[in-house]
Design a protein around this ligand. Structure first.
Ligand SMILES: [Zn+2]
Length: 447
């Protein structure tokens, strides 16, 4: 079957690197850009893999999907946490509309496609640890093994293992993903075909100091070859081999869910909340240790946080949390004050960090966010600092990350390159992508 739309998703692919720094080294990307249109694609808030890909493919915001990261806390519970997989995406994504209209689809490695759905076509799910049930139809697993050997959806241990092993591993997983997609493109085909590879994200988090001269650790790698550049050149070659199989009349999109930027360090958000008298632990942490809710003295706590690329702050709200301390009538003023205090935090050099605070519930009323939303999301240094949830640090700032080395954080601007029969650009917001794909099939969203 001749594919009508092909989407190549490269998680975290950076527009600054593709369009500028490495532009002269990427002939395939360049030829696509020259033949079509391209630009920076604005991600959602938060610009993280989950929910960003599902937002791109559903046209829904995180608040509409009720997804705010990979891990979630059940609202009103201190102990109930879950990871958001395919079962937690409760709005249709493009393939749901297409299959309903009789089109066939093929998905390889698209985030939040595990457990794999049954549909007209094929799916290779995205669970890095699943050894069973990774494909639909189940028999596809044997074909994959025959063609590319033992399939690995993602690299594990990319923060901790030896750098040269990590680099080889990331390159091998990316090469396998492209080889598999190329095989399925010709062996099975489909009207809508999409792959996502996590490689660029893994490369940036581990090796960004090599490619950004302004990175605080760049000096340590002077004189060494840039593994990020080499990785992008290899991506370019994989793309060239894939394009050779794409019919010239097909709509082709190369997209990323967000970009990357240098990481300055970590901000210990729970230690900061403790210093403000908003969070109290049953026993003060004397040395750095991971945070979990069992450490908290809830009767003396008004707010606590989770770390990650962005910080998520939860209010211990009366009537919602079991031992809530902030009366519902005071929530608005409490969040306003907390947002203002978070926004004005100074960095280690005494100048403002430039923190951005996002409140998901509209203070003027309006539609409540879906699902288990945090009360605030915080971008420390506008995402040039990571939020650290762990407690017991000496100060609020750390050079490193508490979950292993990390060179990069996410940037809200990703990549969009389109080549195809349409003259106009599909749009430069991640939320424009699903409507454009459906338009190319003549399918109305919501139909
Ligand atoms: Zn991502």
């Amino acid at each position: 079957m001749t594919p009508r739309v092909i989407v190549i998703g490269l998680d975290c692919l950076s527009p600054d690197l593709v369009f500028e720094r490495y532009a002269g080294d990427l002939p395939t990307f360049r030829s696509l850009m020259e033949a079509g249109c391209w630009g920076k694609l604005r991600s959602v808030d938060p610009p993280v893999t989950i929910p960003a890909w599902s937002c791109m493919l559903s046209g829904c915001t995180p608040s509409e999907l009720g997804l705010y990261g990979f891990r979630h806390r059940k609202l009103g519970s201190y102990t109930e946490h879950y990871l958001a997989d395919s079962r937690h995406v409760r709005r249709p994504r493009v393939w749901d509309y297409l299959v309903e209209r009789g089109f066939s689809v093929g998905l390889v490695g698209v985030p939040q496609t595990w457990p794999v759905p049954s549909l007209r076509g094929f799916v290779v799910g995205d669970a890095p640890d699943a050894t069973q049930g990774l494909t639909f139809p189940p028999g596809l697993a044997d074909e994959i093994r025959r063609v590319v050997g033992e399939y690995r959806p993602d690299v594990t241990g990319f923060r901790s293992a030896d750098p040269s092993d990590v680099l080889a591993d990331i390159e091998a997983v990316t090469a396998q993903k492209f080889a598999l997609f190329q095989h399925l493109l010709t062996s099975r085909g489909g009207d809508f075909l999409m792959m996502v590879d996590m490689g660029p994200d893994r490369i940036h988090h581990r090796f960004f100091r090599y490619c950004d001269p302004s990175h605080r650790l760049h000096g340590q790698v002077a004189g060494l070859a840039d593994p990020v550049r080499r990785y992008y050149q290899r991506l370019d070659a994989h793309l060239a081999r894939t394009l050779a199989l794409v019919p010239p009349e097909a709509h082709l999109l190369v997209v990323s869910d967000h970009g990357a930027r240098s990481l300055q360090g970590g901000f210990c958000v729970n230690d900061w909340l403790i210093s403000q008298g908003l969070l109290t632990l049953k026993n003060p942490a004397r040395a750095p240790r991971p945070f979990d809710e069992s450490l908290v003295d809830w009767e003396r706590t008004r707010a606590w946080a989770w770390g990650g690329y962005h910080g998520r702050i939860f209010v211990n709200l009366q009537g919602r949390e079991p031992q809530g301390q902030v009366p519902a009538s005071e929530l608005g003023t409490f969040l306003e004050r907390l947002s203002s205090d978070l926004s004005s935090i100074a960095g280690p050099d005494g100048t403002p960090m430039g923190n951005r605070v996002i409140r998901l519930v509209d203070p003027k009323g309006g539609v409540l966010p879906q699902g288990d939303y945090p009360d605030l999301m915080v971008y420390f240094g506008d995402l040039s600092w990571r939020a650290l949830g762990s407690v017991g640090h000496e100060g609020w700032y750390t050079e490193g990350n508490d979950t292993g080395p990390d060179d990069a954080n996410h940037d809200p601007m990703g990549v969009m390159i389109y080549r195809g029969p349409e003259v106009r650009s599909p749009g430069l917001s991640i939320l424009d992508v699903a409507p454009a794909i459906l338009r190319w099939f003549g399918v109305e969203r919501g139909a």
